[in-house]
Design a binder for this molecule. Sequence first.
Ligand SMILES: [Zn+2]
Ligand SMILES: [Zn+2]
Length: 344
Amino acid sequence: MFCVECGNEGPLIGPLCPDCYSKKHVKATLPEFIDVTVCAHCSSFLIGERWVEMNSIKDAAEHMLRASLATPEGLEVTGVDVKLDEMDDRTFRAAVSADLAAGEHRFRRELSATVRVKQASCNECSKQKGSYFEAIIQVRGDGRALDAVGVEEIQRQVVARVAAIRTGAREVFISRTERVKGGLDFYLSTIQSARIVARELQELYTAEYGESPSLWGRRGGQEVHRVTFLVRLPPFREGDVITCGAKDYLVRGMAKGAVRCLDLRTGEEQRMKHKALEGCALACAGPDIATAVVLVDGDSELQLLDPDTMTPVDVVKPKGFVLKGDNVRLVRTNLGKYALSDDW
Ligand SMILES: [Zn+2]
Ligand SMILES: [Zn+2]
């Protein structure tokens, strides 16, 4: 077989020998200038119509160079090697080696281009700068409830959780946080992320939880809703005495959305869910529980010296009562007075 161009004998690509084919058809080209659009606020780059997170400007430039490499039909690009030379912080000189193949014949072309880095604001950052939000988490608690947990702690929790969710979903962010009377408002970019965070706060602080959607407006013919999540912190915490209905309880623990309570009359422990806690009120805060001297340790009753009046007072011993020393904690509520066992 002879090449129609030079007449040399040997393997041919179509009617041409590899040399003539290479001269005539292997023509890889790059535009003189390649623009890489980077978000000025985050590490994302505009690739086609989409903003994509990339590790570096170099990665983005390589991606754009590969995508811009033009080759005639019948030639396959098997490898691209890019070397970038920084001219200034906005311009790179790119030396590109392109490995090409036509059947089993291999070719290489050396090309160059200038990469220009342009700054813009990606969709998500634009939203964020524009205080975009789809959901509000309202954390509420009466003065003491909020003080107990601490505004800073709640803020830290929410910020940390949103940051964690954002690593897998870059559209998630807090667009603003407001300190309001009786609590905190967090404005979040997505309803789903707000729900996750609100549910976690509910669990963590044994709080009351609620969702209320509202029609916000229309976008592209679609109704757009915003959702407000209410997380109401309970007005008591571990170590407090609360009154529920006709009973007084010592709060022994709060976890997993329920409160572990001890009936002060019987000494029996029980778990109460949120619903059961509605209408419960703080009777005596843990730090306000008094200590009284035990005068007489009887079989079913104790005689104590009331620290307020310095007069003797009789109190029924609850089931399983343990006295370890000469003093006992004494609780007084509207319903009665109780001695707290030393192992509670
Ligand atoms: Zn030839
Ligand atoms: Zn951005």
